[in-house]
Design a protein around this ligand. Structure first.
Ligand code: CNA
Length: 280
């Protein structure tokens, strides 16, 4: 966008104007879209950050290519790398960041229309975002099933298998297929909740994008579905997707916790936010 094109909705392309829009009731159907960068401050590596990303760390496993941990045909041959990764990411080991809590605060204030997350760490739920406001677009560790006959596998036993890094086999003796948590692998269909809620960004009055490289489709397409004139705010270390190309886009580059704290300051919500985070 030509920097001189005036925004339609915001006074200017700043967090102050975004906060004003929220405070004056102009944003009541906020859609949030997030990825691994939301959770790096919680100690969970993202995929693509150089040196610290999961793909970088997976190099020591001598995988033919890093993404194959999420490739179903590779998983059939060698489920161990995925189980190792699952052990590292398994819910219960990490605590939400202030940015996760900010999303919960939006929900508490009745302003969150929907959160779409690519994360599989469940930290949004732990932070207090209500389940019916979350679309876990790439699945979660909450359930698991056999990759051959799709029979569900019990949670408690799954936890034990993941703790031991030992792949679980189907409960049906005549099947004995491999069991995989309901995390979406490359080439797999996204959960139905994604498709059922996919139109939410189109009716949003504000879109917040936090900690994602917007490089995985169809998830990334959510960001372009916001209507023209609907502000899109990016909290990320780098510029991603086409956010920044529209006159009402606001870029807040850097770590998302600092950006979110800035926005909370502008909103006058900072103390409440920090209190909520401490009380978790
Ligand atoms: P990604 O491709 O690794 O991108 C992460 C983005 O976040 C990059 O643009 C980084 O620059 C940025 N970033 C990293 N740390 C911060 C920070 N503290 N503040 C602001 N920005 C930061 O991850 P995506 O989520 O975009 O890619 C999609 C994959 C990653 C999904 O399929 C996820 O399932 C998968 N994943 C999830 C987790 C998790 O559940 N926490 C961890 C690793 C990967």
């Amino acid at each position: 966008v030509d920097e001189s094109t005036p925004p339609q909705t915001l006074k200017d392309r700043s967090l102050t104007s975004v906060a004003e829009l929220i405070k004056n009731g102009g944003a009541r159907r906020i859609v949030v879209i997030t990825g691994a960068g939301l959770s790096t401050a919680a100690g969970i590596p993202d995929f693509r950050s150089p040196k610290t990303g999961l793909y970088h760390n997976l190099a020591r496993l001598n995988l033919p290519y890093a993404e194959c941990v999420f490739d179903i045909s590779y998983f059939r041959e060698n489920p161990l790398p995925f189980y190792m990764l699952a052990k590292e990411l398994y819910p219960g080991k990490f605590s939400p960041t202030i940015s996760h809590v900010f999303i919960a605060l939006l929900a508490n204030k009745g302003l969150l229309r929907m959160l779409f997350t690519q994360n599989i760490d469940c930290l949004e739920r732990v932070a207090g975002v209500p389940g019916h406001r979350i679309v876990e677009a790439h699945g979660s560790f909450a359930t698991q099933r056999c990759i051959d006959c799709m029979t569900e596998f019990p949670d408690k036993e799954m936890r034990e298998h993941i703790e031991r890094g030992a792949p679980a086999l189907c409960v049906r003796p005549e099947c004995r297929g491999l069991v995989k948590p309901d995390i979406v692998f490359f080439g797999e269909q996204l959960p139905s909740a994604f498709f059922e809620n996919r139109s939410a960004p189109a009716s949003a009055d504000l879109l917040l994008v936090l900690g994602t490289s917007l490089s995985v489709q169809p998830f990334a397409s959510l960001s372009i579905m916001a209507a023209e004139g609907v502000p899109r705010v990016l909290f990320n270390k780098e510029k991603v997707g086409d956010v920044g190309s529209r006159a009402d886009d606001v870029l807040c580059l850097g770590d998302c916790d600092s950006g979110v704290r800035k926005l909370a300051d502008e909103l006058g919500w900072r103390d409440e936010l920090e209190q909520m985070w401490r009380d978790l």
